[in-house]
Design a protein around this ligand. Structure first.
Ligand SMILES: Nc1ncnc2c1ncn2[C@@H]1O[C@H](COP(=O)(O)OP(=O)(O)OP(=O)(O)O)[C@@H](O)[C@H]1O
Ligand SMILES: [Mg+2]
Length: 358
């Protein structure tokens, strides 16, 4: 028997008056899990976090945390810590006072406060900054203090709303690794909002891909990358080559033949003959030449993009969808933009999705 989820959100819905912002969201999170909410701007990520924290009222649905229905509790009684994008530290307080704030408010004994503050100062590598005003900190340092302040009261759940978005890339990468390590050490369950897919892939036990107020897929980063459940998940997480076509043959073993503008391709899938479908392939699963698999096409090369460790080749696509290869190896000699190049990929790496008829 599966244990009940630590955090159990059922049918959370919200409408500010212009249509549903959350459309009956279900989300079950295990104790100690790190979940990312990943989705485009406006899809409802912050709204969902605010409902979990009690900072916004849902129109319907329930939030259960550690066996207790917290849907109607005020924020301070939910045992949920929150870190916002803009840190929101208390500017007139020092680093140590900021971290101590929640424990003081709870009336914790002085000795416990001192010990906890010291522990967190060490955990966030800021022991030397205890007495400094938070106004005299860098963005990354402020962000670490905000995380420590939220964790010092040992909340059952930590919610983070794009906490790293204001930081430069190098610092963001360090913070991602540090936060992950810190939460593992403390065993804290966390929900992390981001619209940065790399951040979600790096950090998460599972990712909830959100679109228009719904979770389209909740799965491990590996599974979401290898088997996106919907065209949106395919498009939003990672790069992909996408080719539209029409099913011309269907084999009950679960293979379809699809006629596309680049030629006939095969994929796993169950569709009736005549169905419009979208085929997706990860660009690193496509090879130059004909040896990469049964699906062989020769699109016209349009551009080579150097990306450091990787190189992308982009091809002309009749329907504006991307057709690209990504390789960490060397490019074949003699590639010329404007000329067709033979490329190939395996049937197993080709995913078919239903496509609304145009
Ligand atoms: N208080 C509010 N009143 C009216 N509409 C709101 C309110 N808060 C959010 N919305 C609307 O709800 C939708 C979802 O907003 P939300 O802040 O949850 O998006 P998000 O996924 O966090 O986006 P972003 O990545 O830009 O932060 C948006 O269309 C937004 O305009
Ligand atoms: Mg937001």
């Amino acid at each position: 028997m599966n244990p009940a989820p630590f955090l159990d959100i059922r049918k959370a819905s919200k409408d500010f008056g212009a249509g549903p912002v959350l459309d009956g969201v279900d989300l079950a999170v295990a104790r100690g899990e790190f979940i990312s909410l990943l989705g485009p701007s406006g899809c409802g990520k912050t709204t969902l976090l605010r409902i979990i924290a009690g900072l916004a009222a849902a129109d319907g649905g329930s939030v259960t945390l550690d066996g207790q229905d917290i849907s109607r509790l005020p924020p301070h009684r939910r045992d949920v810590g929150v870190v916002f994008q803009n840190y929101a530290l208390f500017p007139h307080l020092t680093v140590a006072e900021n971290i101590a704030f929640g424990l003081r408010a709870k009336g914790a004994p002085a000795a416990e406060i001192t010990a906890t503050v010291e522990r967190f100062l060490t955990l966030i590598h800021m022991a030397a900054f205890a007495d400094r005003s938070v106004r005299a900190l860098s963005g990354g340092q402020q962000q670490r203090v905000a995380v420590a302040r939220a964790l010092a009261t040992k909340p059952k759940l930590l919610l983070l709303d794009e906490p790293f978005s204001a930081l430069d890339r190098k610092l963001r990468e360090t913070m991602q690794i540090d936060l992950r390590r810190l939460l593992r050490e403390l065993g804290t369950t966390a929900i992390f909002v981001t619209h940065d897919q790399d951040e979600a892939l790096i950090m998460s036990d599972r990712i909830a891909v959100m679109n228009r107020g719904r979770i389209e897929q909740l799965d491990t980063p590996e599974a979401i990358y290898a088997r996106p459940a919907t065209p949106f998940a395919l498009e939003f997480v990672g790069l992909s080559t996408r080719i539209a076509g029409t099913v011309t043959a269907y084999d009950p073993a679960g293979l379809v033949t699809v006629e596309t503008s680049l030629g006939s391709l095969r994929s796993r899938g169950r569709f009736e003959v005549g169905s419009p479908v979208l085929l997706g392939v990860r660009p690193e699963r496509i090879a130059f030449g004909a040896a990469g698999g049964e699906n062989v096409v020769a699109p016209v090369l349009s551009d080579i993009v150097f990306q450091g460790a990787r190189i992308q080749a982009h091809f002309a696509s009749p329907d504006q969808r991307p057709v690209m290869i990504e390789t960490s190896g060397a490019l074949p000699a003699g590639l010329t933009a404007g000329s067709p190049v033979t490329i190939s990929f395996a049937v197993e790496d080709t995913i078919a999705y239903p496509l609304a008829a145009a």
